[in-house]
Every structure is written in structure tokens, then in C-alpha cells.
Design a protein around this ligand. Structure first.
Ligand code: CXF
Ligand code: ZN
Length: 378
């Protein structure tokens, strides 16, 4: 077959931080070595898209956001053997090359073969963009995916094959947020049956932590959120108890969680917002002796986290994780199977669906706290 040619298509381009996306014509260059060009079927909005979108640094724009997506491989570059034209794939922001010291270790999922460059806005191997706008100027990528476009180019280490039985909008959820939460309970904490878990922040990531803890057989799952409606939706994902920090008067969350609810502290605490003060609350809420606190939230104020050294001496652990410890190519297929076996809940994360032309609605809903996941159909 002949070599792939540039494709002209529609993309939702962000021209400046905090401004609505504009549907524009762009040209998507053919995939280079180790790259695949994908025709997007659907995509969803993750809070990290909103976080970076809101930063008003001109250096970051124009840019095409979006990193939770499913599509069909349209063409492949040299040396791509793992996927073929016509395969359904999902995208991941974190690579899994399978070959580097990290990919080969069970202790890491942070691929060093194709490292995550957070600022770049370009393809990970050759540092250039595959997108140009109508005037021929380059448009930046985002988190190695840029799915808010009819076509995108992604490194082969950032895609996972999706079985035909898997509905694309359900697979799409496993691209980032939901896998991160489930993975944190499953792979990072390895929550044991009957243990007590506290989840700080019940957005999609926090609810997915609860879901992961439920699947691990946790005995109690305490949800902490300022929105009282989160308890009801949380129950679907295994939340058994709820604390609203607005309802506890002068007392601290840890006092309530530790003294009144668990008699000593939770076995596992998960921070799923990205606030340094909440990270401290989570750490203070875990049990001396063996309590573990896992940080998932992205702290954008660069605030240091304050922890009491004596609590560390008491045997507590605080740790982080990227993508919930998920190794994309091996772990996401396991999650897809658990969904198809009706063990893993995914449907309930989808609270809204819009067409591509209404993509800005997805931003409004997420920022207003009205949505968990909004599926954007191309
Ligand atoms: C986040 C989490 C870690 C830093 C980059 C953004 N990933 C996906 O949402
Ligand atoms: Zn994300």
C-alpha cells in the first residue's frame, strides 16, 4: 500500500489558556517511526486537561488537549508491529515500552524508555509536532495524546489494543482517570480484604479508588467530599461511610476519621484532589503501625506537604504514584476483562455525552462539579 499522506480534519484547538476551544481545520502529518495515526471514535475530559488549559502561559498554546480516547488505527509508521490498520485502540498519557529497566520491574510503571515530558507539547521521540493549523503554523500536542481532533498521532508505546467486545466509550474511561483510581487501590496499595480505606475527594479518580478497594474486598470505604450528593453516587462504587468536612464543626477530618470511625486510623488513605493540606489530612488519618497514604492528586500550587516526623516514626508511609501504578499494555486488558465479566463498574462514571461541536460544554460541566465523565463523540 502507498505511504500515508497528511490528513486535513477538524480539531478543537485551544488558542490561549482558559479560553474556549475552537473547532478548526488542521493538518495531521503521517506517523513517523514507532508512531500510529488514529481516527478518534470518542474521547473524554479528565481534570488534568482543565488544569493545564487554565494556565495562562502563551508558551503552551496553541494546543490540542484530550488524553482519554478510543479510536481506530488509520496508518502506522515504520517499526510498528504491535498494532495494525483497523485495530481499535485506547490512548495512555504514560508510555509502556516493555523494555526499559522500569517496564521490566514490577516495582515501577514509570517508563524510562519513552519518558513522560510534561511541558513539551511534542511527540516523545523526535520532539516535533504532527499538527499544523490552517496557516501552516505548528500546534502543540498534550500528554502524548491530543485526542480533541478527528485524527491524532500517538507513539506506539502510548496505545493499548481494545477487544471488539468492549464498547468504545467504556474503554475510553480506562485511558486515564478510572484506571488511575482503580490501579491505586489494586496495584499501589494492594488493599487487603476487610481493610479500612478512606478516599479524600470523590471525583472520578476518587470514586475509582473506591471501586478498586471494593474489588479488593475492603471492609469499609470512607468517602470524604464537600458535595453531599457524592455519598449516593459513591455507594455504587462501594463507599460505605461518608464525611463532609462542612459538617464536622471545629474538629479535623483526621480526628473524626481516626477517633470516631476507625478506632485508630484507616489502613489506607488516598488523596484524590491535589491539595497539599488534604494530603496532610489524609496522612494524619491513617493508622500508626502500618497505615499507608497514597497521593494521586496533582498539586498545582507547588505547595509543600506538611507531615509530622513523629507520625513517620510510628510506622506510617506516604507514597505517590503516576497512573495508579498501571502498566498500560498488561494491566488495562485485565481491567477490560473485569468489565466484560461484570465485576468492574464503568457505566456509572459516564454522566454526560456530547457531540464534538459541544466540547466546551464538557469543560463547563466538569468545572461546575456536575459531571464525572462526559463522553465526547467525534
Ligand atoms: C496527570 C497526572 C500526572 C501528571 C500529568 C497529568 N495525568 C493525567 O491526567
Ligand atoms: Zn488524565
Amino acid at each position: 500500500s502507498s505511504a500515508p499522506k497528511p490528513i486535513r480534519c477538524r480539531a478543537a484547538v485551544c488558542r490561549a489558556g482558559g479560553e474556549p476551544l475552537q473547532i478548526e481545520d488542521v493538518v495531521v502529518a503521517p506517523p513517523r517511526a514507532y508512531e500510529v495515526r488514529i481516527k478518534i471514535i470518542c474521547t473524554s475530559l479528565c481534570h488534568s486537561d482543565v488544569t493545564i488549559w487554565s494556565i495562562k502561559d502563551p508558551a503552551g498554546f496553541p494546543r490540542i488537549f484530550g488524553h482519554e480516547a478510543v479510536g481506530v488505527v488509520e496508518s502506522v509508521g515504520e517499526h510498528v508491529e504491535e498494532v495494525s490498520v483497523g485495530d481499535m485502540v485506547l490512548s495512555c498519557f504514560l508510555a509502556h515500552c516493555g523494555d526499559c529497566v522500569d517496564c521490566r520491574s514490577v516495582r515501577s510503571n514509570v517508563c524510562s524508555g519513552v519518558p513522560l515530558g510534561l511541558q513539551e507539547g511534542v511527540m516523545p521521540r523526535d520532539g516535533t509536532s504532527r499538527f499544523t493549523d490552517a496557516s501552516g503554523a505548528p500546534v502543540q500536542h498534550f500528554l502524548n495524546v491530543s485526542s480533541f481532533s478527528e485524527y491524532t498521532v500517538v507513539d506506539v508505546t502510548h496505545v493499548v489494543k481494545v477487544a471488539a467486545a468492549m464498547p468504545p466509550e467504556k474503554a475510553c474511561l480506562l485511558s486515564c482517570g478510572v484506571s488511575t483510581g482503580v490501579g491505586a487501590a489494586w496495584k499501589v496499595a494492594a488493599v487487603e480484604p476487610k481493610s479500612t480505606v478512606a478516599v479524600f475527594g470523590l471525583g472520578s479518580v476518587g470514586l475509582a479508588v473506591a471501586e478498586g478497594a471494593r474489588l479488593q474486598g475492603a471492609g469499609r470505604i470512607i468517602g470524604v467530599d464537600l458535595n453531599p450528593d457524592k455519598f449516593e453516587i459513591g455507594k455504587t462504587f462501594g463507599v460505605t461511610d461518608f464525611v463532609n468536612p462542612m459538617d464536622i464543626g471545629e474538629r479535623s477530618i483526621s480526628e473524626v476519621v481516626i477517633k470516631e470511625m476507625t478506632g485508630g486510623g484507616a489502613d489506607y488513605c488516598f488523596e484524590c484532589i491535589g491539595l497539599a493540606s488534604l494530603m496532610s489530612d489524609a496522612f494524619q488519618s491513617c493508622r500508626p503501625g502500618w497505615g499507608k497514604t497514597i497521593i494521586l492528586g496533582v498539586e498545582m500550587h507547588f505547595s509543600p506537604v506538611s507531615i509530622n516526623p513523629y507520625e513517620i516514626l510510628q510506622g506510617k508511609t506516604i507514597m505517590g504514584s503516576l497512573f495508579g501504578g498501571i502498566k498500560a499494555k498488561t494491566d488495562i486488558p485485565i481491567l477490560m476483562n473485569r468489565y466484560l465479566n461484570k465485576e468492574l463498574h464503568l457505566d456509572e462514571f459516564i454522566t454526560h455525552e456530547v457531540g464534538f461541536h459541544d466540547i466546551n460544554k464538557a469543560f463547563e460541566l466538569l468545572m461546575a462539579g456536575k459531571s464525572l465523565r462526559c463522553i465526547i463523540w467525534m
